[in-house]
Design a protein around this ligand. Structure first.
Ligand code: AN0
Ligand code: CP
Length: 318
C-alpha cells in the first residue's frame, strides 16, 4: 500500500481484519519491519488518541517517530498558491512539505475541514498536497472528509462484539455547541457500507451528509424509530453539509442526546463514540458509563488499526 486515505485503499477488508486480529494477539510480531525507518506525524489540529496510538503503532513496528505540531512552535504556513506573503505566515506549505519529506520515510497528516471553502475541504487540498509534494507515502490521521484510522478501529470493535453476521448499526447525530467536521460520520458510513452491515443513519432535517458517503444506508429522521432493534449505536455530532449551511450549527436540541430513553428500544445495543466526547450533550453519563459502552476498547483498537496500516505501508516501501 502506498497511501492510506480511505477504505478504498484497503482492497481486502476481510484480510485486513484478519491482520488486525493477528496483530492484536501479538502486537510486536513485525517489530523488525520498521527498523531504520522514520515516521513523521504532522498535526494541524489537536489530538490525544491519534497522536498516542499512531506513535505506539510505529514503535510496535520498530520505527522511529518525529512529531510536528504546526500551530505550536513551527512557522505558520501559507497554503494558497499565488498569495503575496506579506501577512503573518512566514513559510509556504509548498516548501515545507518536501522539506518534511526529506527527513522521513512515511508521513501521517491531521488536517480538519476548515469550513472556509467547501470545495477545498471536499477536494482534500491539504492532504493531497502532502501526497503530491512530499515524495513519501502519506496516511490520513483525520483529514477534511474522512478519518479512516478511526473507522477501521470502529470496524474491528464491532467485529469483536457482534453476535450475528449482519448486525444493525445506527449512526446518530447528537448535539454539540461547536461546528464539527463531517469526517468521522462520512468515514464511518463508508466503512459500514463496505462491511455490508444493516446500516441506518439518523439526524435532524438539514444534517444530510454527502450522498457519496451515505451510499446504501437507510436514512431515518425519527431517532427513536432508527434505534429500534439496533445492535450498535454510534453517536457523533457534525455540522451541516448541504448547501449554504455548510459548516453551520443548525440545532443543539438535547432531545437527540443519547440516553437510556433511546437505548431502551434497542436490542441491548452497544454504545460507541470516537472520543473526545462532551458528556450530557452527546451522551448521558449513565450510557457512557454502562457496561454496554465500548468507547474505551474502541480507542484501544486505534493502536491496532494504525499498526496494520503502517505495516502495509512499510511492506510497500521500495
Ligand atoms: C473532532 C471531529 O469531530 O472531527 C475529532 C474527532 C476525532 N472532534 C472535535 O474537534 C471535538
Ligand atoms: N478519536 C480521535 O481521533 O481522537 P483524537 O482527536 O484525540 O486523536
Amino acid at each position: 500500500m502506498r497511501n492510506f486515505t480511505s477504505v478504498n485503499d484497503i482492497s481486502d477488508l476481510k484480510k485486513a481484519l484478519d491482520e488486525a486480529f493477528e496483530i492484536k494477539a501479538d502486537r510486536y510480531k513485525y517489530c523488525e519491519l520498521g527498523k531504520n525507518k522514520t515516521l513523521m506525524m504532522v498535526f494541524f489540529n489537536s489530538s490525544l488518541r491519534t497522536r498516542l496510538s499512531t506513535q505506539k503503532a510505529a514503535l510496535n513496528l520498530g520505527m522511529n517517530v518525529i512529531v510536528l505540531d504546526i500551530n505550536q512552535g513551527a512557522w505558520k504556513l501559507e497554503t494558497e498558491r499565488g498569495v503575496i506573503m506579506d501577512g503573518d505566515k512566514p513559510e509556504h506549505i509548498l516548501e515545507a512539505i518536501p522539506v518534511m519529506g526529506s527527513y522521513c520515510d512515511v508521513i501521517g497528516v491531521r488536517s480538519f475541514a476548515r469550513f472556509e471553502n467547501k470545495d477545498d475541504d471536499y477536494n482534500e487540498v491539504i492532504l493531497n498536497q502532502f501526497i503530491k509534494y512530499s515524495g513519501r507515502p502519506v496516511f490520513s490521521m483525520e483529514a477534511a472528509t474522512r478519518h479512516p484510522l478511526q473507522s477501521f478501529a470502529d470496524l474491528i470493535t464491532i467485529e469483536e462484539h457482534k453476535t450475528k453476521p449482519r448486525p444493525k448499526v445506527v449512526l446518530t447525530w447528537a448535539p454539540h455547541p461547536k461546528a464539527l467536521p463531517q469526517a468521522v460520520p462520512n468515514s464511518f458510513a463508508e466503512w459500514m457500507n463496505a462491511a455490508d452491515y444493516d446500516f441506518v443513519i439518523t439526524h435532524p432535517k438539514g444534517y444530510e451528509l454527502d450522498p457519496a458517503f451515505v451510499g446504501n444506508a437507510r436514512v431515518e429522521y425519527d431517532q427513536m424509530k432508527a434505534f429500534e432493534g439496533a445492535d450498535f449505536v454510534y453517536a457523533k455530532n457534525w455540522a451541516a453539509y448541504i448547501g449554504e449551511n455548510y459548516g453551520k450549527v443548525l440545532s443543539t436540541d438535547r432531545d437527540w442526546t443519547v440516553s437510556e430513553r433511546q437505548m431502551a428500544v434497542t436490542n441491548n445495543a452497544y454504545f460507541m463514540h470516537c472520543l473526545p466526547v462532551r458528556r450530557n450533550m452527546i451522551v448521558t453519563d449513565d450510557v457512557i458509563e454502562s457496561e454496554r459502552s465500548l468507547v474505551i476498547p474502541e480507542a484501544a483498537n486505534r493502536e491496532i488499526s494504525a499498526t496494520v496500516v503502517l505495516k502495509r505501508i512499510l511492506e510497500g516501501l521500495e
